[in-house]
Design a protein around this ligand. Sequence first.
Ligand code: OAD
Length: 261
Amino acid sequence: MNRIPVQQTLDERLEAAATLLGEAGRIAVLSGAGMSAESGIPTFRDALTGLWARFDATELATPQAFERDPALVWGWYEWRRMKVLQSQPNPGHIALAQLAARGVAVTVVTQNVDDLHERAGSRAVHHLHGSLHVPRCFDCGARAAFGPQIPAEPEGGRRLDPPRCTRCGGPIRPGVVWFGEMLPEDAWQAATEAILNCDVMIIIGTSGLVYPAAGLPDLAAGRGKPVIQINPAPTDHDAYARVSLRGKAGELLPALLARLG
Ligand code: OAD
């Protein structure tokens, strides 16, 4: 495989990526927290400012944590949901949606629990880690509606008792995937299908540390699909990305789109 050497200029790498995209009929995208960073949603692992900085993830993102202290967990996820509602898709989300508007089949597989891809206009979006916007009953699994919105202060949320299921009276939980839980089967299947059928895969703003999502670019590369990576920092995906574009999604995706003419 012809990997584009990292020492090439960004301009040369953008050109190489644009050529790959220009020849592709089907594009699979894997996005992570970095995709939404420029919309003001903090990533998970950025030191100090990261989403988990104030807490141990196991205090918030496990079924056991919810059973132990539902008000802490629900309050924190409601705070995150409010942050998302107050944010807007950034130029990266918009450029991806516009890529599909050129008549190319673009399937977005995201680890993000926000809805910024959808709000930017992307149609085929699969949420591997669930969504903040589809709460369900912890006990019986029934879908739930949200109560009134709460203000996004104080930072990190406040304790908030979860609403009760109208069917069984159980506590309502966020519709996200917690550590130790299975990924939604339909989203995982759609993701692997999109990747096995794509001509090019783009991975954007993901550190590649959380499996099984982190294995998807490897799956693509193993089938000989060129992988384009957009990330300001080095990642494990560098090992097999055909083109690594070092920079921000909100700048590089519009730059790529512009090159496609
Ligand atoms: P991480 O926080 O691990 O990684 C974010 C990545 O985005 C890093 O590699 C950053 O360098 C990069 N990044 C930061 N700003 C960027 C920008 N403007 N443009 C492009 N990239 C940027 O987030 P994820 O890889 O998404 O899982 O984390 C994966 C999973 O770990 C999450 O979905 C979550 C977490 O535990 C669950 O909640 C199940």
